[in-house]
Design a protein around this ligand. Structure first.
Ligand code: NCD
Length: 321
């Protein structure tokens, strides 16, 4: 498969036709505008009619080697709402031939005999690209280990735009496991396309990887790192909170040391701007206290809904509709 690259002139929609979606580096402001525009159309479809038959006759294979609630359910819902069908190998990898030792390549080459598009989540960095190298149908990366999570980053960016009305001149603070969190890796890379101000808040051992820091610096972004939410809370327009990724630790005693390092409470929220939004890719495991949920600035469940619209837009685009 060929990637839609940032250098390519992407005509509305067909720039993604039959393309894989592996990394956010495939996106530029022009094709992001296109996806966001389509996502708004998808929202209208859902709000007005609940569904359409745009993808009638199309089949999605949803292959998840790691746990998921939102990503898998939103891809399934997206396909459903557009009139397509799904082969869900999400909770069932342990019951599939994967548990007999089948290689990823063979599983992919099998699924593409049935499906028009494959969504893959896998624990290894680079697995989505590997799958795309074997498949003739488009492969969408739903998370490759601690690598990337491009569809999440698209829905995160869309949420920021929908909530704040702009993507320019924002002060965005990311909090938590910046080392292992694929959502913050992809979102940070996407944000380098805009004039933003980034603050990274993490314990020392969970700092943003150097390769991504270098991309941010090369893009001329104003960026600073700190260990303390108190340093960023007053100025932030977006507070993007993440879970410490327990499954990426080889030494669990290190996880025990850093888990629970941050907890956003109503007291902390009282120092934030009235217009700030707090986001989280979810699942949360204590980083945001439940009592923050009733704060109108808590955008994380609205973020979830946007995920379905973005995935509807992406599925339509890669299937040439
Ligand atoms: C994230 C993931 O899987 O990377 N979840 C998601 O897709 N919404 C975040 C996480 O698991 O912490």
């Amino acid at each position: 498969m060929i990637l839609a690259s940032t250098n390519e002139t992407v005509e509305a929609g067909n720039g993604f036709n039959h393309k894989d979606i592996i990394s956010v580096s495939q996106f530029n402001t022009k094709n992001l505008d296109y996806i966001f525009h389509r996502a708004c159309e998808m929202r209208d479809v859902v709000e007005q009619d609940g569904c359409s038959d745009l993808l009638k006759g199309k089949v999605l294979a949803c292959l998840f080697y790691e746990p998921s609630t939102r990503t898998s359910a939103s891809f399934i819902a997206a396909m459903d709402r557009l009139g397509g069908r799904v082969i869900p190998i999400t909770q069932g990898v342990q019951f599939s031939s994967v548990s007999k030792g089948e290689s990823l390549a063979d599983t992919i080459r099998t699924l593409e005999q049935y499906a028009d598009v494959i969504v893959l989540r896998h624990p290894e960095i680079g697995s989505a690209q590997l799958a795309a190298d074997y498949a003739d149908v488009p492969v969408i990366n739903a998370g490759d280990g601690a690598g990337e999570h491009p569809t999440q980053a698209l829905l995160d960016l869309f949420t920021i735009y929908e909530e704040l009305g702009t993507l320019e001149n924002l002060k965005i603070s990311m909090v938590g496991d910046l080392r292992n969190g694929r959502t913050v890796h992809s979102l940070t890379k996407l944000l380098t396309l805009y004039k933003v101000n980034l603050r990274f808040v993490s314990p020392e051992i969970l700092r943003m990887p150097l390769t991504i820091m270098n991309e941010v610096i090369d893009a001329g972004i104003n960026v600073r790192e700190t260990h303390d939410v108190a340093d960023v809370i007053k100025n932030a327009d977006v507070l993007y909170v993440t879970r410490v990724q327990k499954e990426r630790f080889t030494d669990l005693s290190q996880y025990e040391e850093v888990k629970g390092h941050y907890e956003i409470t109503p007291e902390i929220m009282s120092q934030a701007k009235e217009k700030m939004i707090i986001m989280h890719p979810l699942p949360r495991v204590g980083e945001i206290h439940d009592s923050v949920d009733s704060d109108p600035r808590a955008a994380y469940f609205r973020q979830v809904k946007n995920g379905m619209y973005i995935r509807m837009a992406l599925l339509a685009a890669v299937l040439g509709k």
